[in-house]
Design a protein around this ligand. Structure first.
Ligand SMILES: Nc1ncnc2c1ncn2[C@@H]1O[C@H](COP(=O)(O)OP(=O)(O)OP(=O)(O)O)[C@@H](O)[C@H]1O
Ligand SMILES: [Mg+2]
Length: 421
């Protein structure tokens, strides 16, 4: 590994190892820090994919868009579609573009700002953040996302763009989002990359951009789904609407004033969430079992699967499921549910509603027999009780939607997609 092209990967102030990258071949090299290996500390932090050996490991099989050549647990720290758009716009402001920087350089920008607790050094230094103004951020985002021809990067006010760059590129996913921290005593909102302390509540905020073209507020729909999921007994972080339009959810990777190490199912395994190959609930259950999560988490996963079927959340892909590492116990458990929503536009007609994760090899027309087969395979206790509780929540939909102020057309449009098992 050439020395000038290395980045150090850290977790809880411990150096896990160093990563190198060959941009010509899009392959990476990882070498564990021998002290870390020998100490036995946090030994299950990277449970699969990277072997616990002192020799340098080469990662050749991950050259696609999802992993960009990096070992999957590290690729989890890179931005996804929305983050990369912002990243690109920000680079354009300095006359560069994403294809000209390596994923290692991108990790140096992620630095200590990433989701979860993995950190990268040396970090690229950036000017200090300015205060948060959500409306100002939205104005800039609207230019960036919707009006490319008129507002290219250099034309945008660089301090606003820098702010969005710092708090808008860490979280994955396709939709516009930022990370903010809210002072518990004063309510003041600051950029999400400044404080990890318990004085603040740390939120991931999915922003409502009216120009996006659905004709209704998808963030409000997600808030309604959050309420349904809670009623169905699903574990989610406490969430709320900001200004009655943006969906804000407490971060599960920032709790009690600490960073928690989290990885998505894709990051843990190298199973590409965009490819059907491993995209099944069976694989997700096997992963949970392989991580030795408590059995109640397997029950919870089953409940989420049933919820996603009944409430037509077909976008239940492998990056929409995460696990959290307990550093004191050196063990893993299932993260709270997130991205639970009606993913489609009610104003469009869809002919094939293929579910991201298959069940019993099916992505369409999944029925009770398929669900019970999974229950049997993964020794779920009282599956019928879980199914009953989830399906009973369907009758709450109209009330929940009305209370939030969703238009009747949206409530009925979404309601007509529900599946009564
Ligand atoms: N409450 C949370 N705490 C910590 N991390 C979260 C939380 N909610 C989401 N995330 C992380 O942020 C990423 C993006 O969030 P989310 O999946 O809700 O966005 P999205 O843009 O709707 O995604 P998609 O592209 O799947 O539609 C998730 O993959 C997850 O890693
Ligand atoms: Mg998502």
């Amino acid at each position: 590994m050439s020395k000038n092209n290395l980045i150090t990967v850290k977790l809880f102030d411990v150096e896990l190892g160093r990563l190198g990258f060959d941009p010509d071949k899009s392959i990476s090299f990882f070498q564990y820090n021998s002290q870390y290996l020998q100490s036995g500390m946090y030994s299950r932090a990277i449970p699969f994919v990277i072997k616990r050996t002192e020799t340098t490991q080469v990662f050749k099989a991950y050259g696609n868009e999802t992993f960009r050549g990096l070992p999957p647990p590290i690729a989890d720290s890179l931005p996804d579609m929305f983050g990369n758009k912002i990243f690109n716009e920000w680079l354009a402001a300095t006359n560069r573009n994403l294809s000209a920087i390596t994923p290692l350089e991108q990790l140096a920008y992620v630095a200590n700002r990433g989701m979860g607790a993995l950190e990268y050094e040396p970090a690229k230094t950036l000017p200090k953040n300015s205060a948060i103004d959500i409306q100002g951020i939205i104005n800039v985002l609207e230019q960036v996302l919707n009006d490319k021809s008129q507002a290219s990067g250099p034309a945008l006010n660089s301090s606003e763009l820098l702010n969005i760059f710092k708090i808008g590129t860490s979280a994955g996913g396709a939709r516009p989002k930022i990370l903010v921290s809210e002072n518990k005593a004063t309510g003041e909102i600051i950029p999400g990359d400044l404080a990890v302390t318990d004085e603040y509540a740390h939120y991931l905020v999915k922003l409502y951009l009216p120009e996006e073209g659905y004709g209704y507020n998808k963030e409000k729909v997600e808030f309604a789904y959050y309420q349904l999921a809670i009623r169905a007994g699903i574990n989610m972080m406490s969430s709320k609407l900001i200004d009655d339009k943006h969906f804000a959810t407490l971060r599960f990777d920032r709790q009690h004033g600490e960073k928690l190490h989290t990885l998505t199912a894709t990051g843990l395994t190298g199973w590409d969430f965009k490819s059907p190959e491993y995209s099944s609930y069976e694989h997700l259950f096997e992963l949970a079992a392989g991580l030795r999560v408590p059995h109640k988490d397997i029950q919870e996963l089953f409940r989420r699967m049933v919820f996603n079927i009944v409430f037509a959340n077909t976008d239940d892909h492998l990056k929409n499921h995460s696990f959290i590492y307990n550093k004191d116990e050196n063990s893993w458990y299932l993260a709270p549910a997130y991205d639970i929503t009606y993913p489609l536009n009610i104003n469009l007609k869809y002919t094939h509603l293929n579910r991201a994760l298959s069940i019993n090899n099916k992505r369409l027309n999944i029925g009770i027999a398929d669900i019970l087969k999974i229950a049997d395979q993964f020794t779920i206790k009282n599956p019928n009780g879980i199914i009953e509780k989830v399906t009973a929540t369907v009758s709450d939909w109209e009330q929940v939607g009305n209370d939030i102020g969703l238009p009747g057309k949206v409530i009925s449009g979404i309601g007509s997609a529900f599946v009564m098992l």
